[in-house]
Write a protein that binds this ligand. Structure first.
Ligand code: F6R
Length: 223
């Protein structure tokens, strides 16, 4: 599987923003799968600056922490701040994983599936919050976050103890049904897990390795 190495974070962000732009421009009724975290900040900024028409776009976020959603660290707050409040997307068209999970999955299927899913990768190889050991067939569900994920994400919270220990995530099976997938990774800290996931053996111990089985996936990395 090819890992496209880009010059810097600016190029990473604009490359993936251009892919989203092309998708939305060609297919205004697009359904997007969207990540949070630090890697997509630049992509969201670039997308906002493009002033695209989001009125027919439907979004499905990959995951949410189990926490008070009004707090600034919630992924609902993150998406409002970084994308939704800065575009003309209809609030009713932006979805976060919800209970019952079968209804969330039906919502994706009912909209004819995700056309383009953007992913980040955790330092332990997770995609969305599918931690190592997650079944390749997994669907949307509650998960316990890995110790490594809690440590990695503590930078967004006041202290380690403040980081939620559980989340709701789309499953690997759910993500793999997306028609196109783009994974972005930024920083040397991600290099070895990215190589392992994309060039190593396909194993549930490295959840992102399942992407090697997808027919339309692009990987972008910068140091
Ligand atoms: C978050 C998500 C996670 C992140 C991953 C990388 O919605 O899906 O899988 O993409 O933890 O996070 P950053 O970009 O902060 O390194």
């Amino acid at each position: 599987m090819k890992i496209n190495v880009l010059k810097n974070y600016k190029e990473l962000s604009s490359t993936v923003a251009d892919i989203v732009e092309e998708q939305i421009t060609k297919h205004p009724l697009t359904k997007l799968g969207l990540p949070t975290g630090s890697t997509p900040f630049g992509m969201y900024d670039e997308l906002v600056n493009k002033k695209l028409d989001w009125k027919s776009v439907i979004t499905f976020n990959l995951d949410v922490y189990l926490m008070n959603i009004t707090r600034p660290q919630s992924y609902q707050s993150y998406m409002r701040k970084n994308l939704f409040d800065r575009t003309n997307i209809y609030p009713d068209n932006s979805h976060f994983p919800f209970r019952p999970f079968s209804a969330f999955e039906d919502k994706i299927k009912g909209s004819k599936g995700i056309d383009l899913c953007i992913l980040g990768i955790g330092s332990n190889g997770h995609i969305a919050f599918n931690e190592p050991g997650s079944s390749f067939k997994s669907r949307t569900r509650v998960v316990n976050l890995d110790e490594q994920t809690i440590i990695d994400n503590a930078r967004f919270f006041d202290s380690l103890d403040d980081v939620p220990t559980q989340a709701i995530t789309m499953g690997l099976g759910t993500i793999m049904e997306s028609k196109k997938i783009v994974l972005i990774a930024n920083g040397v800290k991600k290099k070895s897990i990215l190589n392992q996931a994309m060039l190593g053996i396909i194993t549930e111990d490295v959840p992102a390795s399942i992407l090697q089985n997808h027919k339309n996936v692009k990987i972008y990395y910068c140091d």
